[in-house]
Design a protein around this ligand. Sequence first.
Ligand code: KDG
Ligand code: MG
Length: 403
Amino acid sequence: MIIEHAEVIVTSPGRNFVTLKLVTSDGVVGYGDATLNGRELAVVSYLRDHLLALLIGRDPQRIEDTWQYLYRGAYWRGGPVTMTAISAVDVALWDIKGKLAGLPVYQLLGGACRDGCLVYAHAFGRDMPELVASVSAQLELGYRAVRAQVGVPQLAKVYGVAVGRETYEPATRAALPDEELWDAGAYLRHIPPVFAALRAQFGPEPALLHDVHHRLTGLQAAQLGRALEPHDLFWLEDVTPAENPDALRLVRAHTITPLAIGEVFNTIWDCRTILQDRLVDYIRTSATHAGGISHLRRIFTLAELSQIRSGCHGATDISPVGMAAALHVGLAIPNFGIQEHMRHEPLVDDVFPHAYRFDDGRLHPGDEPGLGVALDEALAARHPYVAAYLPVNRLGDGTMHDW
Ligand code: KDG
Ligand code: MG
């Protein structure tokens, strides 16, 4: 049996998704998520212009060998474009292997370690009453863990808070990125009382999370972590720019608020110092951007040595294929922590019918052979690619800042 056909499918049912489809000579189809938010077409080109021809004729069962062939064979290592493309190949091959075996992927990874994967939902509000209503709504849906993002009075737009729509979607369909304004002082003054108020309102039980989106210096992040300690966060995410482990080292030295990082990491090498020196409590890489199921599992095994748990990135730009991949890994590893669940719009679920299901605060990947995600190609074709960008951030004097 060989890989006989490979193609890239781009669709935009409300937001862009890039999907790799592999078909074996026996007619078995595998899907991989290749979506890189705001830079989608670079991965499409990497796959179409450089990888697809290398896949035709290969044995689809040789997942690790194919991974090594594409990683080492490129000579140019790592980076989001290369690794998103390799991730898609890896995930599609696991999908095929599961279908050939007649087993869900988590069974091939050693079987379930738990009944389901604890997930956290997103809540947001421009002000406190809106945030309280949003957290309440998520708890009523059955979530046990909620990420809370709130507007800051001096800032017109804040990461994680939708303006003029019901759901938050960071990428904007436009020819140029949106520009936002950032003021660390205003943010740092505003956030601790917000979490004090959430605890007063909801009590000690629900897990509360917050995403800083890589915007603070080590010292600012240490101040925030310390100020939040009385409010018992499940985690404080991406407090400092991800490429600098020393910033996290400073934060770590000054606060016991649990930390999470990793959504922009692409390989185990990006994670190595942070994991080996135990600079965080949760590692947030994804199957979509960090080398697929094979490499994600390797990262989580390294994390396990330092008692660090998984916290896979699961924003809306991770397609249902990528979400399923994360859930199969999450169900099977011993050091699972939590999984982000930013629900897709119903149209996305129609384009990607899937077996994973939400019940009692947890997601289960389902028991269909492979990943358990299909792609309605006719529906996908009715929603062609639309250029979209993530916003950029500036300080008050016009200086570019991390978004
Ligand atoms: O593409 C960028 C988004 O995935 C990111 O902004 C979402 O930080 C994010 C999160 O934790 O969901
Ligand atoms: Mg994040």
